[in-house]
Design a protein around this ligand. Structure first.
Ligand SMILES: *Cc1c(COP(=O)(O)O)cnc(C)c1O
Length: 231
């Protein structure tokens, strides 16, 4: 096995063990966060069976999407903060945006999504640890923003996303992730006919706690590709 295959196997094992430990029978999707990683590494990951990749920066993401457009089944998730002058590129090239926290951005993505493409998958980002200067809506704004996003036909609201305050205290991790799980229940109860199937949470350092709380998609960079130069 190559080094990258070994890392992917280790992360898949961690996800599997975490699911079994809390008796979950459903699947947890692995989103490989490839920001700052070269195209060659993403190609290797694709050959190791990985299909979903997450990018934080628009230009960097587009360069990779274009370089890898012949790779079958590859699915691109935008997970960074998005400015309104960059929405068109994202609407045209990505499959998911996890970081919606302003209606204006959602509206632009809706207008700019090409007609021949399926709706863009959307998660609302929640500032679950109530941090100042952090992206994401306050938990009590979630239903209001969801109602507006649901009115946009070129977007498909899939669920919620969070980046909780980093902490090694598992009690604090559980508090934040459980609060997100409660919010997803609230969303489901408000629109029972919609299938909100996504809780995007959990990173290299806290994926076990996120899975225990009900995460359906973990976003993993470091544990797959090593420590980033920027961190
Ligand atoms: C970088 C990043 C990740 C991955 O973090 P790791 O700790 O490297 O696993 C996940 N989500 C978001 C939004 C990120 O920016």
């Amino acid at each position: 096995m190559s080094a990258i295959e070994t890392h992917f196997q280790q992360v898949r094992d961690r996800i599997h063990t975490a699911r079994k430990a809390c008796g979950r029978a459903d699947t947890v999707q692995l989103l490989a966060v490839s920001k700052t990683r070269p195209v060659a590494l993403i190609r290797e990951a694709w050959h190791a069976g990985q299909r979903d990749f997450g990018e934080n920066y628009v230009q960097e993401g587009i360069n990779k999407i274009l370089a890898l457009q012949d790779f079958e089944g590859i699915c691109w998730h935008f997970i960074g903060s998005l400015q309104s002058n960059k929405t068109r590129t994202v609407a045209e090239h990505f499959h998911w945006v996890h970081s919606i926290d302003r209606f204006k951005i959602a509206q632009r993505l809706n207008e700019q999504r090409p007609d021949h493409q399926p709706p863009l998958n959307i998660c609302l980002q929640v500032n679950i640890s109530h941090e100042d200067a952090k992206s994401g809506i306050a938990p009590d704004e979630m239903i209001t923003l969801a109602a507006k996003v649901l009115s946009l036909s070129n977007l498909k609201l899939r669920g919620l996303m969070a980046v909780p305050m980093p902490t090694n205290e598992s009690a604090e991790q559980h508090t934040a992730f459980n609060a997100m799980a409660d919010l997803l229940v609230k969303l489901q109860k408000r629109w029972p006919k919609q299938a909100f199937d996504t809780l995007s949470m959990g990173m290299s350092g806290d994926m076990e706690a996120a899975i225990k709380a009900g995460s359906t998609m973990v976003r993993i960079g470091t544990a797959l590709f090593g420590v980033r130069d920027d961190s």
